[in-house]
Design a protein around this ligand. Structure first.
Ligand SMILES: [Zn+2]
Length: 106
């Protein structure tokens, strides 16, 4: 009998929780796409005139984060082939100081 009372108190909590779970899932998946960076195709495959050049930091900086890290393929949208080329170019570019290895708090 005391259990019944407990359940009646717990019931309101359980109801919303079940509903929230479903909403959470939907919210999570919709939050995933963060507005921009919606490029599906590799930009180098799409535009044949673009050449990955380690002497071109203007181009390479699109594939490097603020902190100097190379942007992962799932975010940059590059294909494997071009991501490799980009990564190589970024590394070379770092060697000749066109791109930073790290960016520490300024
Ligand atoms: Zn590509």
């Amino acid at each position: 009998m005391s259990i019944e009372m407990d359940e009646s108190q717990g019931a309101p909590r359980r109801g919303p929780r079940g509903g929230a779970n479903g909403a959470d899932k939907k919210g999570g998946s919709s939050v995933r796409k963060r507005g921009f960076t919606r490029r599906k195709v590799c930009r180098f495959c799409a535009d044949k005139t673009l050449v990955i050049d380690y002497k071109d930091p203007q181009l390479l900086k699109y594939f490097v984060t603020d902190r100097g890290k190379i942007v992962p393929r799932r975010i940059s949208g590059n294909c494997a082939k071009h991501q490799r080329k980009v990564a190589l170019a970024v590394r070379r570019s770092r060697m000749i100081a066109l791109l930073p290895y790290t960016v520490t708090g300024a």
